[in-house]
Unconditional design. Structure first.
Length: 312
Protein backbone atom coordinates (compact mmCIF):
# COMPACT_ATOMS: atom_id res chain seq x y z
CA UNK A 1 0.00 0.00 0.00
CA UNK A 2 1.45 3.42 -0.91
CA UNK A 3 2.47 5.85 1.82
CA UNK A 4 0.80 9.23 2.11
CA UNK A 5 2.81 12.16 0.80
CA UNK A 6 2.64 15.89 0.19
CA UNK A 7 0.20 15.45 -2.70
CA UNK A 8 -2.24 13.03 -1.05
CA UNK A 9 -5.78 14.09 -1.88
CA UNK A 10 -9.41 12.96 -1.82
CA UNK A 11 -11.52 11.62 1.03
CA UNK A 12 -9.88 9.81 3.93
CA UNK A 13 -12.88 8.77 5.96
CA UNK A 14 -12.53 8.81 9.74
CA UNK A 15 -13.67 5.32 10.66
CA UNK A 16 -15.90 4.56 13.59
CA UNK A 17 -14.76 1.76 15.90
CA UNK A 18 -17.52 -0.88 16.21
CA UNK A 19 -18.37 -2.40 19.58
CA UNK A 20 -20.64 -5.17 20.72
CA UNK A 21 -23.56 -4.20 22.95
CA UNK A 22 -21.49 -5.26 25.97
CA UNK A 23 -18.64 -2.94 24.94
CA UNK A 24 -16.35 -5.59 23.45
CA UNK A 25 -14.47 -4.71 20.27
CA UNK A 26 -16.42 -6.01 17.25
CA UNK A 27 -13.77 -7.17 14.79
CA UNK A 28 -16.29 -8.69 12.38
CA UNK A 29 -17.99 -5.31 12.04
CA UNK A 30 -14.63 -3.73 11.21
CA UNK A 31 -14.66 -5.90 8.08
CA UNK A 32 -18.23 -4.83 7.25
CA UNK A 33 -17.49 -1.18 7.90
CA UNK A 34 -14.34 -1.22 5.78
CA UNK A 35 -16.25 -2.82 2.89
CA UNK A 36 -18.97 -0.18 3.28
CA UNK A 37 -16.50 2.71 3.11
CA UNK A 38 -14.76 1.18 0.09
CA UNK A 39 -18.08 0.76 -1.72
CA UNK A 40 -18.77 4.45 -1.18
CA UNK A 41 -15.62 5.36 -3.06
CA UNK A 42 -13.33 6.72 -0.36
CA UNK A 43 -9.68 7.27 -1.26
CA UNK A 44 -8.36 6.23 2.15
CA UNK A 45 -9.25 5.67 5.78
CA UNK A 46 -8.09 7.08 9.09
CA UNK A 47 -8.59 4.84 12.10
CA UNK A 48 -8.23 5.26 15.86
CA UNK A 49 -9.07 8.95 15.74
CA UNK A 50 -11.06 10.92 18.28
CA UNK A 51 -14.35 9.85 16.70
CA UNK A 52 -12.95 6.33 16.56
CA UNK A 53 -13.00 6.34 20.39
CA UNK A 54 -9.27 5.64 20.47
CA UNK A 55 -8.82 6.87 24.07
CA UNK A 56 -11.28 4.19 25.22
CA UNK A 57 -9.27 1.30 23.77
CA UNK A 58 -6.67 -0.76 25.57
CA UNK A 59 -3.27 -1.00 23.85
CA UNK A 60 -4.08 -4.55 22.80
CA UNK A 61 -7.40 -3.45 21.30
CA UNK A 62 -5.70 -0.59 19.43
CA UNK A 63 -3.23 -3.05 17.91
CA UNK A 64 -6.02 -5.45 16.93
CA UNK A 65 -8.31 -2.78 15.47
CA UNK A 66 -5.55 -1.10 13.46
CA UNK A 67 -4.40 -4.42 12.03
CA UNK A 68 -7.93 -5.47 11.10
CA UNK A 69 -8.70 -2.23 9.25
CA UNK A 70 -5.37 -2.29 7.41
CA UNK A 71 -5.61 -5.93 6.40
CA UNK A 72 -9.18 -5.52 5.11
CA UNK A 73 -8.66 -2.26 3.23
CA UNK A 74 -7.65 -1.86 -0.40
CA UNK A 75 -6.96 1.87 0.08
CA UNK A 76 -4.33 3.57 2.26
CA UNK A 77 -4.98 3.60 6.02
CA UNK A 78 -3.66 6.25 8.40
CA UNK A 79 -3.53 5.29 12.08
CA UNK A 80 -4.04 7.77 14.90
CA UNK A 81 -1.19 7.15 17.36
CA UNK A 82 -1.45 10.13 19.71
CA UNK A 83 -0.53 9.00 23.21
CA UNK A 84 0.73 10.46 26.49
CA UNK A 85 4.02 8.57 26.17
CA UNK A 86 6.41 8.23 23.28
CA UNK A 87 6.78 4.55 24.13
CA UNK A 88 3.11 3.86 23.46
CA UNK A 89 3.14 6.05 20.35
CA UNK A 90 6.22 4.31 18.97
CA UNK A 91 4.84 0.83 19.65
CA UNK A 92 1.52 1.46 17.89
CA UNK A 93 3.31 3.17 15.01
CA UNK A 94 5.75 0.29 14.51
CA UNK A 95 2.93 -2.26 14.66
CA UNK A 96 0.75 -0.32 12.22
CA UNK A 97 3.49 0.40 9.71
CA UNK A 98 4.56 -3.24 9.83
CA UNK A 99 0.98 -4.22 8.96
CA UNK A 100 0.98 -1.84 5.99
CA UNK A 101 -0.29 1.52 7.25
CA UNK A 102 0.21 4.53 4.97
CA UNK A 103 1.23 6.86 7.79
CA UNK A 104 0.26 8.01 11.27
CA UNK A 105 -1.56 10.99 12.75
CA UNK A 106 -0.34 12.82 15.86
CA UNK A 107 -2.09 15.63 17.72
CA UNK A 108 -0.21 17.87 20.16
CA UNK A 109 -0.94 16.90 23.76
CA UNK A 110 -2.85 19.29 26.00
CA UNK A 111 -0.50 21.46 27.98
CA UNK A 112 1.71 22.81 25.22
CA UNK A 113 1.41 26.55 25.79
CA UNK A 114 3.83 28.07 23.28
CA UNK A 115 4.74 27.66 19.64
CA UNK A 116 8.27 26.83 20.76
CA UNK A 117 6.97 23.93 22.85
CA UNK A 118 5.01 22.61 19.86
CA UNK A 119 8.13 22.68 17.68
CA UNK A 120 10.14 20.91 20.38
CA UNK A 121 7.45 18.27 20.88
CA UNK A 122 7.27 17.33 17.20
CA UNK A 123 11.03 17.17 16.97
CA UNK A 124 10.84 14.46 19.63
CA UNK A 125 7.92 12.76 17.85
CA UNK A 126 9.84 12.56 14.58
CA UNK A 127 12.94 11.27 16.32
CA UNK A 128 10.95 8.61 18.16
CA UNK A 129 9.04 7.39 15.10
CA UNK A 130 11.93 7.53 12.64
CA UNK A 131 12.31 9.42 9.37
CA UNK A 132 10.55 6.86 7.18
CA UNK A 133 7.14 7.22 8.84
CA UNK A 134 4.89 9.85 7.19
CA UNK A 135 3.18 12.02 9.81
CA UNK A 136 -0.10 13.94 9.76
CA UNK A 137 -0.15 16.98 12.03
CA UNK A 138 -3.64 17.12 13.56
CA UNK A 139 -4.57 20.71 14.36
CA UNK A 140 -7.65 20.43 16.58
CA UNK A 141 -7.43 23.16 19.25
CA UNK A 142 -11.10 22.81 20.21
CA UNK A 143 -10.15 19.44 21.70
CA UNK A 144 -6.48 19.76 22.64
CA UNK A 145 -6.47 23.39 23.77
CA UNK A 146 -3.23 23.84 21.81
CA UNK A 147 -3.37 26.78 19.40
CA UNK A 148 -0.85 26.70 16.58
CA UNK A 149 -0.38 29.39 13.94
CA UNK A 150 -0.03 28.77 10.24
CA UNK A 151 3.58 29.95 10.54
CA UNK A 152 4.41 27.22 13.04
CA UNK A 153 2.74 24.56 10.89
CA UNK A 154 4.86 25.67 7.94
CA UNK A 155 7.98 25.64 10.12
CA UNK A 156 7.19 22.06 11.19
CA UNK A 157 7.01 20.83 7.61
CA UNK A 158 10.23 22.68 6.74
CA UNK A 159 12.12 21.14 9.66
CA UNK A 160 10.70 17.63 9.31
CA UNK A 161 10.27 16.23 5.78
CA UNK A 162 8.14 13.40 7.18
CA UNK A 163 5.39 15.82 8.33
CA UNK A 164 3.63 15.76 4.97
CA UNK A 165 0.00 16.52 5.82
CA UNK A 166 -2.11 18.89 7.87
CA UNK A 167 -5.41 17.66 9.22
CA UNK A 168 -7.12 21.03 9.46
CA UNK A 169 -9.75 21.26 12.21
CA UNK A 170 -9.31 24.72 13.67
CA UNK A 171 -12.50 26.81 13.70
CA UNK A 172 -12.85 29.46 12.56
CA UNK A 173 -9.95 28.39 10.41
CA UNK A 174 -10.49 29.26 6.76
CA UNK A 175 -7.92 32.05 6.78
CA UNK A 176 -5.45 29.72 8.49
CA UNK A 177 -6.06 27.11 5.81
CA UNK A 178 -5.41 29.73 3.12
CA UNK A 179 -2.18 30.78 4.83
CA UNK A 180 -0.86 27.21 4.92
CA UNK A 181 -1.84 26.59 1.31
CA UNK A 182 -0.26 29.83 0.10
CA UNK A 183 2.82 29.38 2.29
CA UNK A 184 3.66 25.82 1.25
CA UNK A 185 4.84 24.67 -2.14
CA UNK A 186 7.18 27.65 -2.35
CA UNK A 187 10.91 27.99 -2.93
CA UNK A 188 11.69 27.52 0.78
CA UNK A 189 8.73 25.45 2.04
CA UNK A 190 7.68 22.10 0.56
CA UNK A 191 4.05 21.54 -0.33
CA UNK A 192 1.76 20.22 2.39
CA UNK A 193 -1.29 18.09 1.77
CA UNK A 194 -4.32 19.54 3.57
CA UNK A 195 -7.32 17.39 4.46
CA UNK A 196 -10.12 18.86 6.56
CA UNK A 197 -12.16 17.55 9.48
CA UNK A 198 -14.88 18.92 11.77
CA UNK A 199 -17.48 16.57 10.36
CA UNK A 200 -17.27 18.25 6.98
CA UNK A 201 -19.34 21.18 8.20
CA UNK A 202 -17.21 23.70 6.23
CA UNK A 203 -16.12 21.37 3.42
CA UNK A 204 -17.38 23.44 0.48
CA UNK A 205 -15.53 26.56 1.63
CA UNK A 206 -12.43 24.59 2.62
CA UNK A 207 -12.16 23.15 -0.87
CA UNK A 208 -12.46 26.65 -2.31
CA UNK A 209 -9.61 27.76 -0.01
CA UNK A 210 -7.28 25.12 -1.41
CA UNK A 211 -7.85 21.98 0.66
CA UNK A 212 -6.97 18.71 -1.03
CA UNK A 213 -9.98 16.92 0.38
CA UNK A 214 -11.60 15.70 3.58
CA UNK A 215 -10.45 13.64 6.52
CA UNK A 216 -13.57 13.37 8.60
CA UNK A 217 -16.43 11.10 9.49
CA UNK A 218 -19.99 11.26 8.15
CA UNK A 219 -22.46 8.41 8.11
CA UNK A 220 -23.11 8.94 4.39
CA UNK A 221 -19.56 9.14 2.98
CA UNK A 222 -20.82 9.40 -0.59
CA UNK A 223 -21.55 13.07 0.13
CA UNK A 224 -17.91 13.76 0.97
CA UNK A 225 -16.73 11.81 -2.06
CA UNK A 226 -19.10 13.56 -4.47
CA UNK A 227 -18.44 17.06 -3.14
CA UNK A 228 -14.68 16.64 -3.37
CA UNK A 229 -14.94 15.06 -6.83
CA UNK A 230 -17.11 17.87 -8.19
CA UNK A 231 -14.87 20.55 -6.77
CA UNK A 232 -11.70 18.98 -8.11
CA UNK A 233 -13.40 18.75 -11.51
CA UNK A 234 -13.89 22.52 -11.43
CA UNK A 235 -17.59 22.58 -10.52
CA UNK A 236 -17.44 24.57 -7.27
CA UNK A 237 -21.10 25.63 -7.49
CA UNK A 238 -22.27 22.09 -8.13
CA UNK A 239 -20.20 20.87 -5.19
CA UNK A 240 -21.69 23.46 -2.87
CA UNK A 241 -25.24 22.83 -4.09
CA UNK A 242 -24.83 19.13 -3.34
CA UNK A 243 -23.31 19.89 0.06
CA UNK A 244 -26.24 22.18 0.88
CA UNK A 245 -28.70 19.38 0.18
CA UNK A 246 -26.95 17.16 2.73
CA UNK A 247 -26.42 19.94 5.27
CA UNK A 248 -29.28 19.07 7.67
CA UNK A 249 -27.72 15.66 8.33
CA UNK A 250 -24.18 17.05 8.51
CA UNK A 251 -25.31 19.63 11.05
CA UNK A 252 -27.27 17.05 13.05
CA UNK A 253 -24.19 14.85 13.40
CA UNK A 254 -22.21 17.81 14.72
CA UNK A 255 -24.06 17.90 18.04
CA UNK A 256 -21.44 17.85 20.82
CA UNK A 257 -21.65 14.70 22.89
CA UNK A 258 -24.36 13.06 20.78
CA UNK A 259 -22.96 13.17 17.26
CA UNK A 260 -21.02 9.91 17.44
CA UNK A 261 -24.07 7.99 18.66
CA UNK A 262 -26.10 9.40 15.75
CA UNK A 263 -23.37 8.52 13.26
CA UNK A 264 -23.09 4.98 14.54
CA UNK A 265 -26.86 4.49 14.45
CA UNK A 266 -27.00 5.73 10.86
CA UNK A 267 -24.16 3.35 9.97
CA UNK A 268 -26.00 0.49 11.68
CA UNK A 269 -29.16 1.22 9.73
CA UNK A 270 -27.17 1.00 6.51
CA UNK A 271 -25.80 -2.40 7.51
CA UNK A 272 -22.24 -1.10 7.90
CA UNK A 273 -21.93 -2.26 11.51
CA UNK A 274 -23.87 -4.79 13.55
CA UNK A 275 -24.56 -2.50 16.50
CA UNK A 276 -24.46 1.21 17.28
CA UNK A 277 -23.01 1.03 20.78
CA UNK A 278 -20.75 3.83 21.93
CA UNK A 279 -18.30 2.51 24.49
CA UNK A 280 -18.95 3.80 28.01
CA UNK A 281 -18.80 6.50 29.06
CA UNK A 282 -20.89 7.60 26.14
CA UNK A 283 -24.40 8.62 25.08
CA UNK A 284 -27.35 6.44 24.16
CA UNK A 285 -30.07 7.61 21.80
CA UNK A 286 -33.58 8.10 23.11
CA UNK A 287 -36.73 7.28 21.16
CA UNK A 288 -36.99 10.99 20.31
CA UNK A 289 -33.41 10.96 19.01
CA UNK A 290 -34.18 7.97 16.83
CA UNK A 291 -37.29 9.62 15.44
CA UNK A 292 -35.45 12.83 14.59
CA UNK A 293 -32.78 10.87 12.74
CA UNK A 294 -35.42 9.00 10.74
CA UNK A 295 -37.19 12.22 9.77
CA UNK A 296 -33.98 13.97 8.72
CA UNK A 297 -32.86 11.01 6.62
CA UNK A 298 -36.23 10.95 4.87
CA UNK A 299 -36.23 14.73 4.25
CA UNK A 300 -32.69 14.79 2.88
CA UNK A 301 -33.49 11.80 0.70
CA UNK A 302 -36.44 13.62 -0.82
CA UNK A 303 -34.28 16.68 -1.58
CA UNK A 304 -31.70 14.48 -3.27
CA UNK A 305 -34.16 12.25 -5.05
CA UNK A 306 -32.64 9.24 -3.34
CA UNK A 307 -34.23 6.64 -1.09
CA UNK A 308 -31.83 7.09 1.82
CA UNK A 309 -34.41 5.74 4.26
CA UNK A 310 -34.30 2.36 2.53
CA UNK A 311 -30.63 2.09 3.39
CA UNK A 312 -30.79 3.86 6.74
Amino acid sequence: MPLIDRHTAGVYIIAATPFEDDGALDLASIDRLTDFYLAKGVDGMTVLGVMGEAPKLTPEESFAAAARFIERSSVPVIVGVSAPSFGAMKALTAHSMDKGAAGVMVAPPPGLKTETSVLAYYAQVCEALGPDVPVVFQDYPQLTGVHVTAGTILELTRRHPQIVMLKHEDAPGLNKLSAVREGSGTADTPRMSILCGNGGIHLAQEMQRGADGAMTGFAFPEMLVEVVRLHRAGDADGAEDLFDAWLPLVRHEQQPGLGLALRKEALRRQGAIAGSAVRAPGPKLTAADQGELTRLVERVGRRLGRDLAAAA
